[in-house]
Design a protein around this ligand. Structure first.
Ligand SMILES: [Mg+2]
Length: 248
């Protein structure tokens, strides 16, 4: 944890925005488990081995991301699996693509527990009437499903996915759409909580946010323009920082 700003220099925020993936839960174990489940299914259904699966799956991701750089659909597992099946020379097996996507997300969610303290932190902010919102990359269907799975379906005052604006963070339209949904000015005093130095920390601080970066395995603290105002390793630390700053 670091406190780079004197707490008495901060105004009470008009809103606090949260990223979702790798901020409210740890992304890598969930993604890895989901890919393994799909790999096993492909092996059982088509007799394709693990090395071949990952070679074609990774190529499919590259192809999709190339066509859809920095958009919500660029992260679409349905498109990845469709492309992988095409690359495997199996043409258009739509039912299989849909089946693999279901397997992927079902396994992902089962392996994506919220970080301890997330709910306490959100409940604290609600109890003191600070508006809270989600600003997240990826398509709306799965992000709404994730938040519902987490039991947070009616916790936030607004939710924005990058599918709604056509471009991932740090595109500031993502933040502006949140402000519009919250009914606040388009350059409010707001705070941003996220893991990604570029998308979340640079993105939000470029329009004046106070930023809080969640640090855990494989997350590096941002530097220079991506440097957060605060870092935290767990949500109980963040809750303490919030209590200190907001009560001031
Ligand atoms: Mg993230």
């Amino acid at each position: 944890m670091n406190n780079s700003l004197p707490s008495n220099s901060l105004k009470r925020p008009e809103a606090i925005l949260f990223d979702t993936d790798n901020t409210l839960y740890e992304y890598s174990p969930a993604n890895k488990a989901a890919e393994s489940a799909v790999c096993l299914k492909i092996k059982n259904l088509l007799g394709i081995d693990k090395i071949t699966f990952y070679r074609f799956y990774n190529q499919a991701k590259i192809d999709v991301k190339q066509n859809l750089a920095n958009t919500a659909s660029g992260h679409s597992r349905l498109l990845y699996f469709q492309r992988m099946i095409e690359l495997l020379g199996l043409k258009a097996q739509l039912l299989l693509s849909l089946d693999l996507e279901q397997t992927f997300w079902r396994t992902f969610l089962a392996n994506a527990p919220l970080f301890p303290g997330v709910v306490d932190t959100l409940m604290y902010l609600k109890s003191i009437n600070v508006p809270i919102a989600i600003v997240t990359d990826l398509t709306s269907h799965i992000q709404m499903r994730k938040l519902t799975y987490f039991g947070l379906e009616d916790t936030f005052d607004a939710v924005v996915t990058s599918e709604e604006v056509g471009s991932d963070k740090p595109d500031i339209r993502n933040f502006e759409l949140v402000f519009s949904k919250l009914g606040i000015s388009d350059r409010p005093d707001f705070w941003m909580v996220g893991d990604d130095p570029f998308s979340d920390i640079y993105g939000a601080s470029s329009i004046g946010a106070i930023t809080f970066q969640k640090i855990h395995s494989n997350v590096k603290k941002g530097t220079n323009l991506e440097k957060p105002d605060y870092t935290f390793n767990n949500y109980y630390q963040l809750l303490d920082i919030f209590k200190e700053l907001i009560d001031n």
